[in-house]
Design a protein around this ligand. Structure first.
Ligand SMILES: NC(=O)C1=CN([C@@H]2O[C@H](COP(=O)(O)OP(=O)(O)OC[C@H]3O[C@@H](n4cnc5c(N)ncnc54)[C@H](OP(=O)(O)O)[C@@H]3O)[C@@H](O)[C@H]2O)C=CC1
Ligand SMILES: O=C(O)C1=N[C@H](C(=O)O)C[C@H](O)C1
Length: 342
């Protein structure tokens, strides 16, 4: 039954070919219960709070709780909504404004118990300066679409607006150059999930310390995301660039994209309830003579891991701004390294 489904989908056929070639047992994409990836409340102890900042002897126990204004662009999107909710739950001041061409009733969107006014993106250049006047400590978070990345970054740079850029795609080189030239505070990362960031950091360390360790190995990459995802995973691209430094020859267009829901359920093993929001990544390496193989896999259901990481990034950036840090452009490995991910 499975093979009948696979035969109907070329990408699925490719995925299964990949399995057969390496005589893999049928993949069990998730050995951990899916519930582990579902949204959950964080331990209160992990969160700084004014209430517990002063211990009984008058010695500060934990840093005071951060609270600063945050504008999420765009709250109409899946990530934007998740970040806005995480920001409110972390005690940040969610600015009741966002941008999107999506029509919403009365031009407003309800997030937690707040009403967010949605303006057309074409109005952002006119509206943002007055918001910056009202909220001088504001940090903007960008989760929009690949096509908007560079124009949005240019606008934030023009206004001197600190940004956490979670949106993937666009011209990444230009994005970094724009932000660097404008010398604004920014965290840019295609991946905000703490454990995946740690995996990426490990990959970078391995590539830096053991270049060409996988020279001659064949790499196969599969990534499955919700059908609405517009680009090749930015995370997959970052991991692949490490494998390239490790000596593997691979073109980004060789990534096998899975966007078909039927294939995602039947072949990749995505739980049906997470078809609207998941990221299943698989990297398979085979030695030139076929006797050695490696497989790296990370499977994420839902959005909470990224939303929490984004709030961590905003808090990190805010403290950098407050301390007048000379380094201004960061990635999530910087955030993780400094112990800023809860
Ligand atoms: N860094 C990370 O850890 C993660 C990154 N992502 C990335 O985040 C991005 C968003 O993903 P997701 O939320 O799932 O996508 P969605 O399609 O759900 O949301 C994108 C939203 O952006 C809006 N939008 C488009 N253009 C503009 C613009 N110029 N200004 C303001 N809003 C705009 C869209 O509305 P409309 O078109 O109506 O304007 C839509 O509501 C993707 O690039 C994705 O890869 C996702 C997960 C984690
Ligand atoms: O669009 C998504 O969903 C995701 N995008 C990011 C990416 O492109 O790597 C991160 C994660 O894969 C989810």
């Amino acid at each position: 039954m499975l093979s009948a489904t696979i035969a109907a989908h070329p990408a699925a056929a490719a995925a299964i070919t990949l399995r057969q070639r390496h005589s893999l047992r049928p993949r069990q994409p998730l050995r951990v219960p899916i519930g582990a990836a579902a949204p959950r409340r964080r331990m209160e102890t992990a969160r700084p709070s004014v209430v517990n900042a002063v211990a009984s002897q008058g010695v500060p126990a934990v840093p005071p709780k951060l609270s600063f204004p945050i504008l999420v662009n765009s709250c109409t999107g899946k990530m934007g909504k998740a970040v806005a909710e995480a920001a409110v739950s972390a005690g940040l001041q969610l600015i009741p404004v966002s941008f999107s061409a999506t029509e919403v009733p009365d031009g407003k969107l309800k997030i937690c118990d707040r009403e967010i006014r949605i303006h057309d993106p074409s109005e952002s250049e006119k509206i943002l300066p007055s918001i910056m006047e009202e909220y001088p400590d504001l940090i903007i978070v960008d989760y929009t679409v690949p096509d908007a990345v560079n124009a949005n970054a240019e606008l934030y740079c023009k206004l001197g607006l600190p940004v956490v850029m979670g949106t993937t795609g666009g011209d990444r080189q230009l994005l970094h150059k724009t932000v660097q030239d404008a010398n604004i505070y920014a965290v840019i990362s295609p991946q905000m999930g703490k454990q995946v960031v740690a995996f990426l950091a490990a990959m970078e360390i391995m590539a830096g310390q053991f270049p060409d360790a996988f020279s001659g190995y064949e790499l196969e990459v599969m990534e499955s995301h919700q059908a609405t995802k517009l680009d090749v995973s930015g995370t997959a691209k970052a991991v692949i660039s490490c494998f390239q430094k490790l000596g593997v020859s691979f073109d980004m267009d060789e990534v096998k994209l899975v966007r078909d829901p039927e294939e995602q359920v039947n072949v990749v093993g995505v739980p049906e309830e997470h078809l609207e929001g998941h990221a299943f990544h698989m990297y398979h390496l085979t030695s030139p003579d076929g006797t050695v193989s490696f497989e790296f896999q990370h499977n994420i259901c839902g959005r909470s891991i990224y939303a929490e990481g984004t709030v961590d990034a905003a808090m990190f950036l805010y403290t950098k701004i407050q301390s007048g840090a000379s380094k201004k452009l960061y990635d999530m490995i910087d955030v993780l390294r400094e112990g800023n991910m809860r």
